[in-house]
Design a protein around this ligand. Structure first.
Ligand SMILES: [Zn+2]
Length: 358
């Protein structure tokens, strides 16, 4: 719907590619050592950008094809010292929901705007309501750390600022936080207990298109250089899940819960009915488990409670006869008898509408 093409690119590429891209010079400290194969050196990819650039470069492009938006769930590998790795939050291999948009200079602001708008939709869907936006500019005292001319940077930073103003999004400007190839917008979301987490990033890039000699044929029939936008909404999928777990303290809304309901037969003779209930819910698209272990009912309820399963469905004689379940909610406990069809409808509603609080 937002006009992306999904692509996949290789995890290793010739070292030369990373020389051309500038990663070797500007990003080398974050990369693993090259791998030697048959007299050539290969590099595990720290970013997906060069792969997408090669797809762009595969043939002549016309202005009519722009903006060209390539998206990939791309796994990248970055060297981190062993001491700094931390759970899901900081790892050496992770998957980015990465995309690169190739566009003309007059498309840049609307593309940046569309990315920020997309990010807002994704973050609010996952239940994050508060966020802060930062515009990372270059450090004017360290021009050597950045590629491109001062004029390029001023134009790029102005484009990002204009977009934020037009969208009426308050932002903070941070000098010296830009990446080497261009300024960026970072969205930090604020979790349930007020901690900021850096996830979404939208980066402006005038440098890689120049280094790779990218072109498109304009309406005038002459070659022009496209601009590039790098964007990741969740950032790293692994890190995003780490943040999500922290935000909800493990108690996910129903639509996000790995197990949405667990069926608990009161005793062995209710196992058949319990299985029917579980099958019916599974067929209705609910992630359900049957816990018929030979443990006391209270112990099984406690386990499900510790797993933060939203619904525990206790079934005994009364439920089997009435064609329903005794509903127990993770948060408020006993919620009484509910006919099975009605319970299924209630849960489907919570899932389909992605209800955050229920
Ligand atoms: Zn990129």
């Amino acid at each position: 719907r937002r006009g992306y093409q999904l692509v996949f690119t290789p995890h290793v590429a010739r070292l030369d590619l990373w020389k051309t891209s500038g990663h070797l010079d500007f990003y080398g400290a974050n990369m693993f050592a090259p791998i030697r194969v048959e007299d050539a050196e290969y590099q595990l990819k720290p970013m997906n950008c060069p792969g997408h650039i090669l797809i762009y470069k595969d043939r002549r492009r016309s202005y009519r094809e722009l903006p060209l938006r390539l998206a990939e769930f791309g796994t990248v590998y970055r060297y981190e010292r062993s001491g700094v790795m931390h759970g899901l939050l900081r790892v050496r291999g992770f998957t980015q929901d990465d995309a690169h948009i190739f566009c003309t200079p007059d498309q840049i602001e609307s593309e940046v705007e569309a990315c920020v708008d997309f990010a807002k939709l994704v973050l609010t869907t996952f239940g994050f309501e508060r966020y802060q936006v930062e515009l990372s500019a270059r450090d004017p005292n360290q021009p050597k750390d950045y590629a491109g001319t001062l004029a390029d940077w001023q134009r790029a930073e102005a484009a990002l600022e204009n977009t934020m103003r037009r969208m009426q999004i308050p932002f903070e400007r941070r000098e010296g936080e830009a990446v080497f190839y261009g300024p960026k917008i970072d969205v930090k979301l604020i979790d349930a207990i007020g901690r900021p987490w850096q996830l979404t990033t939208v980066q402006f890039d005038f440098m890689l298109p120049a280094r790779f000699g990218l072109q498109y044929v304009g309406p005038d029939g002459h070659p022009h250089q496209p601009l590039m936008v790098h964007r990741a909404l969740l950032g790293s999928v692994e890190r995003f899940f780490g943040v999500l777990i922290e935000h909800y303290a493990g108690a996910f809304p129903v639509w996000l819960s790995p197990v949405q309901a667990v069926v608990l037969p009161v005793s062995e003779k209710h196992q058949n009915y319990a299985r029917q209930v579980a099958d019916a819910l599974r067929a209705g698209g609910v992630r359900v488990e049957l816990d018929d272990r030979q443990e006391k009912l209270n112990a099984r309820i406690r386990d499900a409670q510790l797993q933060k399963v939203p619904f525990m469905l206790v079934v005994g004689d009364r439920e089997a006869q009435g064609g329903g379940v005794a509903v127990r909610r993770r948060d408020t406990g006993d919620a009484g008898f509910r006919p099975l069809a009605d319970f299924l409808r209630d849960v489907r509603e919570l899932i389909d509408r992605r209800v955050a609080k229920w």
